[in-house]
Write a protein that binds this ligand. Structure first.
Ligand SMILES: [Fe+2]
Length: 368
C-alpha cells in the first residue's frame, strides 16, 4: 500500500498538503503517518474531500485522542453571554461538530433555514476599519487556541475544519493597525495560523527562561469575563480599560474550575517547545521565583511582548480555502485567527470539530 504524500508549504514548519485517496478507511500505518505529518507541519490540508461526513470528521478527530469524549468547549458555549455563543451551531447528530460560516443556509445536517455570521472585528476590537473600506481591508479577528480554559475541559489536541462551501475568491489586506505599519495580503476568509514553536524560538534567552518557569492562570468563565471588554486591533489579546465582567457577576463556579497551565507546551513527536498562551483571557502569571503577577495590565503587557514577534507577516500561514479542503491543526502548537469580512450574499459553510483532551497539555517539565 502506498503511504501518504506530504508536500510542505512555503512557511517554515507550518502547513503541508497531504495526498491520500481513502480518508474514511485509513489504515493504522497511514494514520500514524498522518499524525506524524500533523506534529511536524502543525497545519495539514487534505484536498478534495467533498462528501466527507460529520461522522467521519468526528471519528478522524477522535483518532488523535481516543479517550476524548466531549466537544472542546463542552456546554460552555451555551452561555448566552459567552463571546463564542453566536459563532457556533451544533450538528444535532454529532454534538462535537459545529457549523460555522456566513450567510443563509436552506438546509444542512438536519437543520433548516438558518443564518451563519462570520465573526467581524467590529464586534470585538477596540475600533473598526471604516465601513467604506471594509471589503478591501480587514484584521486578524482573534489569535487564539481552541480551548474552554475552564473546569475539567483540557485544551483539545487537534481541531479539524472542513470546507463545504467557499465563496469565490478575492483578496483583502489584513492590517495590523498597531504601532507597526505591517499588513498582509490574504485570500478572502482565510484562516490564519502562526507557529507557537517559532514564537518560542524568537524569544531571547532570558525570555525563554522566564517562559519555561511561568504558569498562566485564565479567568473563570473566560469567554464571559472578556465579553464586555475590547481587543487590541491586531487581535493579539485585550486592551486594559477595566471593562471585564466583574467576577461577582459571572455564573457560579468553584475555585477548582480555574485553569492554571504552563506557558510552554511540548510537541509529543518532535519535542519542540511552543509558547502557547491564549492571550485574551489570561488573568495572572505565576513565576518560577514565586512572584505572582496579578496586575492585569502588567500581565497583558508581559504576554504581548512575548507573543507579538511571532505574528509578524513573515510567520503567518494564511490558508487559501477551496471546497472539499479538510484542514487539521495542532492546537497545542499553533495560534489561529478568523480573518476577513464577507458580503451578506457570500455564503460560506464550514464544519469544525475538536474534543476536550483526555490529558492536560504536556509542559516543559515533561522533557526527558
Ligand atoms: Fe478557533
Amino acid at each position: 500500500m502506498p503511504g501518504l504524500t506530504v508536500r510542505p508549504g512555503p512557511v517554515s514548519g507550518m502547513g503541508a498538503t497531504i495526498e491520500t485517496t481513502n480518508l474514511d478507511n485509513l489504515s493504522d500505518n497511514d494514520f500514524q503517518e498522518l499524525r506524524e505529518a500533523l506534529y511536524r507541519h502543525n497545519v495539514i490540508c487534505i484536498k478534495q474531500q467533498k462528501g466527507f461526513s460529520s461522522r467521519a470528521q468526528a471519528d478522524l478527530t477522535r483518532r488523535f485522542d481516543p479517550k476524548a469524549t466531549s466537544y472542546g468547549h463542552g456546554k460552555t458555549i451555551d452561555a448566552k453571554r459567552s463571546i463564542l455563543h453566536p459563532d457556533l451551531k451544533t450538528v444535532p447528530a454529532h454534538p462535537e461538530v459545529q457549523i460555522i460560516g456566513n450567510g443563509h443556509i436552506a438546509e444542512y445536517e438536519g437543520l433548516h433555514d438558518f443564518k451563519l455570521k462570520h465573526p467581524h472585528h467590529r464586534t470585538f476590537h477596540k475600533s473598526a476599519i471604516p465601513d467604506e473600506l471594509d471589503l478591501d481591508y480587514t484584521r486578524f479577528y482573534r489569535w487564539h487556541i481552541d480551548a474552554a480554559l475552564f473546569g475539567s475541559l483540557n485544551p483539545p489536541l487537534v481541531t479539524s475544519l472542513f470546507a463545504e462551501k467557499v465563496p469565490a475568491g478575492r483578496t483583502q489586506t489584513a492590517l495590523y493597525d498597531d504601532d507597526s505599519d505591517q499588513s498582509l495580503q490574504v485570500p478572502l476568509g482565510t484562516t490564519a495560523f502562526v507557529s507557537s514553536y517559532t514564537m518560542f524560538d524568537l524569544l531571547s534567552p532570558a525570555q525563554k527562561a522566564f517562559a519555561l518557569g511561568t504558569k498562566v492562570e485564565y479567568a473563570p468563565h473566560p469567554y464571559v469575563w472578556i465579553s464586555t471588554a475590547k481587543s487590541r486591533q491586531n487581535g493579539l489579546g485585550m486592551v486594559s480599560e477595566g471593562l471585564e465582567t466583574p467576577v461577582s457577576d459571572l455564573p457560579a463556579y468553584e475555585e477548582s474550575d480555574v485553569q492554571i497551565l504552563p506557558m510552554v507546551w511540548q510537541n509529543p513527536v518532535t519535542g519542540q517547545l511552543a509558547l502557547q498562551i491564549h492571550p485574551s483571557p489570561v488573568r495572572k502569571l505565576y513565576c518560577a521565583d514565586g512572584r505572582v503577577v496579578d496586575d492585569l495590565e502588567e500581565v497583558r503587557r508581559i504576554v504581548y511582548e512575548l507573543q507579538r514577534p511571532g505574528i509578524a507577516p513573515e510567520h503567518v500561514y494564511a490558508h487559501d480555502w477551496e471546497e472539499g479542503d479538510l484542514v487539521l491543526f495542532n492546537n497545542h502548537g499553533v495560534l489561529h485567527s478568523v480573518v476577513g469580512a464577507f458580503r451578506e450574499d457570500e455564503v460560506r459553510l464550514f464544519r469544525q470539530c475538536n474534543l476536550a483532551a483526555s490529558k492536560p497539555p504536556m509542559g516543559p517539565e515533561a522533557l526527558a
